[in-house]
Write a protein that binds this ligand. Structure first.
Ligand code: ATP
Ligand code: MG
Length: 249
């Protein structure tokens, strides 16, 4: 069983299959979705929509395509997460009962403890035939590292296991500290190693108003939308508006 699922993943990757997010308006901006088996970094400041985006991606896959997904959380507990998702109309429990959704709560550990965390993630991917994976967050997970070098070696090794080995399409959430992340000036290691990068932002306009944007700054092997893409978060979650013409911040 396990074996055949992994083969299915490999086949999807070879055929350059696309993994649709189901986020209204988004998939058509990148040839139907993320490349199967790719590693995508979701970067942005707090409250910009990264968790909601990742959760909708898993929910859609599970509900519409019966693809098992896993949310690995270092930041919030299962109950809190479920409550937040319920408010957006995403009912996780029935999918969990069918083995189509898994919430893996992970503590933030020391650098020594990290291999154990990764082992646990990989074990769950194999045991539950996970096809879609969200890690929330890379930042929380790697805070224990002292040097960029350690972090880099470790990330390469273990992402090789997840992305290369199991072949699941992975969204890795990264918290960015800077107000304007869209220029790419502060691009970090996780953006270089990723196959794709999405930047989430919340930009002040006149008065107290704020506009939410999403920008695809990288997507290997894909003809994708360029520039700032207006997005909205409402009671049904995140959705994409028609693109901003000529968009640069
Ligand atoms: N029902 C809703 N209607 C409108 N906006 C909402 C609703 N629910 C959540 N939001 C908005 O979405 C934001 C949370 O999005 P999300 O949790 O995905 O952010 P995040 O990027 O993961 O943040 P963090 O880095 O803090 O985890 C809230 O701050 C709020 O502005
Ligand atoms: Mg979040």
């Amino acid at each position: 069983m396990q074996h055949s699922k992994s083969e299915a993943n490999v086949k999807a990757i070879e055929e350059d299959a696309r993994v649709a997010t189901g986020i209204p308006g988004f998939d058509e901006m990148l040839e139907g979705g993320f490349p199967a088996g790719s590693l995508i970094t979701l970067a942005g400041r707090p409250g910009t929509g990264k968790t909601i985006f990742g959760s909708q991606f898993l929910y859609y896959g599970a509900k519409e395509h019966k693809e098992p997904g896993m949310y690995v959380s270092m930041l919030e507990g299962r109950k809190q997460y479920q409550r937040n998702m319920h408010r957006l109309g995403l009912e996780i429990a029935p999918l969990e009962a069918k083995g189509l959704f898994r919430f893996l709560e992970m503590p933030t550990l020391t650098a020594e403890g990290l291999p154990a965390i990764w082992e646990e993630i990989v074990r769950n991917i194999e045991e539950y035939n996970i096809v879609r994976l969200v890690i929330d967050s890379f930042t929380a997970m790697t805070q224990a590292f002292q040097t960029q070098g350690d972090l880099r070696v470790f990330t390469h090794m273990l992402l090789g296991k997840i992305v290369g080995g199991a072949g699941c399409t992975t969204l890795m959430i990264t918290e960015t500290p800077h107000a304007d992340a869209s220029t790419g000036a502060g691009a970090a290691m996780q953006e270089f190693i990723a196959d794709g990068v999405l930047h989430f932002s919340l930009v002040p306009v006149t008065g107290d108003a704020r506009v939410r944007y999403l920008e695809i700054t990288k997507m290997r092997g894909t003809d994708h939308q360029m520039g700032l893409i207006p997005v909205e978060i409402g009671s049904r979650g995140i959705s994409v508006q028609s693109p901003h013409v000529g968009g640069r911040a």
